[in-house]
Design a binder for this molecule. Structure first.
Ligand code: XIL
Length: 370
């Protein structure tokens, strides 16, 4: 993937502003388009990640390997965003298709794309009940065997991507809606201690990488988020390495906005873990219409504001950024239009809402906009 022109332009513009125009001219940066020369226009041209960075956060989008061939899509992702997460490339079925045989081709492709575009990378995910390879789900394992399989998988994958990802979703979707543990192969064979073990193994393989638990339907305060609150509190008390709680943020207009979102983020931050929206999208029943798109924009604004209100909310990642490439229609028939850009890569009202919310937080104090 070539370095996108627009990113260069934005960076150049920011640099010119920092240097002052004369110095910028002396450095030969005068070739930037006139539309970007004025301060006000510069602000309008700021990307979501430019604005998020001014608040000390990142704004990211997931990417799936086949999407890299859609160069318009991949280039815009590389320009507008500061972080990415592989949609599938680092999952167990992709990385260890046969027992003890690892394949990091797809993950490496995303690493290279992220590097070429200056994107931070989140690792997703080391253990999950879905997208496991057949050899693992069809086998019957003693606890000792499964422990050693899990340890080897985590250690090998974390070492491979060491220094390339800044965070890992170590355990994904380990709770049921009622706050009990999901009866995955790992839970059934190893009991709940597998979670602390997984975190310790990941930490041993890369002591610097941030380790997250990650789930959906944990945005509101309720039994499921309560279970994570209790678990993370206990892990902290037991000195198990845990750095963050990822809220996937797969919201749907028809189910209502999650109540207590900000307070929920705050209570996790108070446990001394980072929080992040890791897979945000806000779907609706199709067809979309103006009213739904307006409500969706309002929800995106509310999620952005909730993150901005909590110091330890370190960033937001949308699960793909355009309705052109979204997992929603395939998994939730009749639903979609979940992202801030439409199928033609044009901004929807949600984009402006996110941009406005970030710009308000990124603006210097005293109401000045310069
Ligand atoms: C989804 C991917 O986007 C799809 O391409 C794939 O077919 C299924 O998984 N929660 C998660 C993500 O943690 O890994 C899922 O990603 C979406 C739900």
């Amino acid at each position: 993937m070539t370095l996108p022109v627009q990113r260069t332009r934005t960076r150049t513009c920011a640099r010119a502003a920092a240097l002052g125009l004369t110095a910028a001219l002396a450095l030969g940066l005068a070739g930037m388009p006139a539309a970007h020369a004025g301060t006000e226009r510069h602000h309008r041209a700021a990307t979501l990640d430019d604005l998020a960075q001014k608040t000390g956060r990142y704004y990211g989008s997931a990417v799936d390997n086949p999407e890299l061939a859609d160069t318009a899509y991949a280039d815009l992702l590389g320009t507008e965003f500061g972080a990415t997460t592989p949609g599938n490339a680092m999952k167990w079925e992709s990385t260890e298709p046969q027992r003890g045989v690892f394949d990091f081709t797809a993950g490496d492709e995303i690493v290279n794309y992220a590097r070429a575009n200056g994107l931070k990378l989140r690792g997703h995910t080391l253990l999950w009940h879905n997208q496991l390879p057949g050899w693992l789900t069809s086998g019957t394992w003693t606890p000792d065997e499964l422990r050693s399989i899990l340890k080897n998988h985590i250690t090998t994958e974390v070492k491979h991507f060491k220094g390339k990802v800044f965070a890992w979703d170590v355990a994904n979707e380990i709770m049921n809606e009622d706050g009990t543990y999901r009866e995955s192969i790992f839970y059934k064979t190893l009991g709940p201690g597998y979670i602390a073990d997984a975190l310790r193994w990941a930490h041993a393989a890369d002591p610097k990488v941030k380790l997250y638990l990650n789930d959906y339907n944990v945005e509101a305060i309720g039994p499921k988020s309560d279970a994570y609150y209790t678990l993370i509190k206990q892990l902290k008390a037991d000195r198990v390495p845990i750095d963050g709680f990822g809220l996937q943020g797969h919201l749907a207009l028809q189910y209502g906005f999650p109540s207590g979102l900000k307070e929920n983020l705050q209570r996790f931050a108070a446990l001394r873990v980072d929080v992040a929206f890791t897979e945000l999208d806000i779907r609706m029943n199709l067809p979309s219409d103006t009213a739904k798109l307006t409500q969706q924009a309002d929800w995106y604004r509310q999620v952005t504001d909730a993150c901005l209100a909590v110091k330890r909310c370190v960033g937001i990642t949308v699960w793909g950024y355009s309705d052109r490439h979204s997992w929603i229609p395939a998994v939730f028939p009749g639903e979609g239009a979940a992202l801030p850009w439409d199928e033609n890569l044009a901004h929807k009202p949600a984009y402006d809402a996110i941009h406005d919310a970030l710009a308000a937080a990124a603006a210097p104090p005293h109401g000045k906009n310069g």
